[in-house]
Design a protein around this ligand. Structure first.
Ligand code: MN
Length: 208
């Protein structure tokens, strides 16, 4: 049983994620007069080459989780990872596809007020660039549900696979898996070893 919510805090049911929607779902969920998150209206970044932006936010909302974001088509494609990423190739981490976020979100850290969507605190846990691996474009790999990327971050590096699953009968569930390469660290727990922001050095509960 879920605890009852006060009427003031009840939100309309989130629409199903439609990949390629752009920022429509992102904006529909948020009141930019109340949340410090960027609306995306100021995005002015232009393409800088084959490497796209990579960022992982650590988000202490109702539950602590990590949000992987990879640049594609002028937005950040986003997945919520309950257990966070791993550098151990034996770990398959559930990554639930969520709404696209604006490019400006890559640098966002702050406190989302009580009652707002995603209420809690957010830090930039890792940041850098990524390159798709192989012949297909990143967009083609997303469409097929079989993505391979090379990440160059401060905490994560090397090859990762993102594979769409039918787990739970849902289309939004993917698995994030570290490839076996020189950056793999079997038995390690990178979220415990490096808990804090790469921008500010703070952990999520120091952001308030
Ligand atoms: Mn989140």
């Amino acid at each position: 049983m879920l605890p009852p919510m006060s009427p003031a805090k009840r939100k309309p049911a989130a629409p199903a994620v439609d990949p390629g929607d752009g920022l429509g779902h992102y904006r529909a969920k948020r009141d930019f007069a109340r949340t410090p998150e960027p609306s995306g209206a100021g995005d002015s970044r232009t393409a800088t080459g084959p490497a796209g932006m990579y960022v992982i936010h650590k988000h202490h909302a109702g539950h602590l989780h990590y949000d992987l974001r990879l640049e594609s088509g002028g937005v950040l494609k986003s997945w919520a990872i309950p257990k966070g990423p791993s550098l151990d190739p034996a770990d398959k981490r559930l990554a639930v596809e969520v709404e696209d976020h604006p490019l400006d979100y890559a640098g966002f850290e702050g406190a989302i007020p009580e009652g707002e969507y995603g209420a809690g605190t957010v830090i930039v846990w890792d940041r850098g660039t990524f390159r798709p691996q192989g012949e297909a474009s990143f967009e083609e790999m997303l469409e097929k549900g079989a993505v391979k990327v090379e990440i160059a971050g401060e905490k994560l590096a090397g090859g990762f696979a993102l594979v769409r699953t039918r787990f739970g009968g849902k289309k939004n569930n993917w698995l994030l898996i570290k490839e076996k390469d020189a950056h793999a660290r079997p038995g390690s727990d990178v979220t415990a070893e490096a808990p804090s922001s790469v921008l500010s050095g703070r952990d999520v509960d120091e952001v308030r």
